[in-house]
Ligand binder design. Structure first.
Ligand SMILES: [Zn+2]
Length: 157
């Protein structure tokens, strides 16, 4: 019994991990197939949302990649800033389009969800992301001298 549950969980995890691949490959394929056969698309709005979502995902991945490369010293500060700016502008355009669709559809959640994702990505890729107080484990920012929770002296950069 237990083994079956474990297998199901492992299967779901595998699907979850490979899911972005399917999403990012989908738009090209569906566009090719549907070319000239517009009536095949049952729901053009959700098709559009899916395309924008996958664009958004690839832009986030790209931003993550350059932040990683920059962290490794593979990218110069200039290149990094320029690339990041470009990706951000593209992301903003995608977000605007998504926002327009959401207003029409009456969903306004995605905007804040995106903000959260960007913050999470930045946190996970920032070189100083996980500074923690040695006494109580509270996270602190670069430059903080004392822990905001327990008041211990911090020895971060
Ligand atoms: Zn502390």
């Amino acid at each position: 019994m237990d083994i079956i549950i474990v297998l199901i969980i492992a299967g779901l995890a595998a699907i979850f991990l490979t899911y972005p691949f399917f999403i990012s490959r989908k738009p090209k394929a569906s566009r090719d197939i549907n070319h000239g056969d517009e009536d095949i698309i049952i729901d053009p709005l959700s098709d559009k949302i899916n395309r924008l979502e996958s664009q958004k995902d690839s832009l986030y991945t790209a931003i993550q990649d350059i932040e990683f490369d920059y962290g490794l010293g593979k990218l110069s500060a200039e290149d990094y800033q320029e690339l990041k700016q470009q990706y951000k502008l593209q992301a903003v355009n995608v977000l605007k389009k998504l926002d327009e669709i959401n207003k029409v559809a009456g969903l306004n959640l995605i905007g804040s969800e995106i903000e959260n994702e960007i913050t999470a990505i930045r946190k996970s890729t920032s070189p100083h992301a996980n500074l923690k107080c040695e006494s109580c484990g509270t996270e602190y920012k670069t430059g903080d001298a004392f822990c905001s929770k327990c008041g211990s002296k911090l020895n971060g950069e």
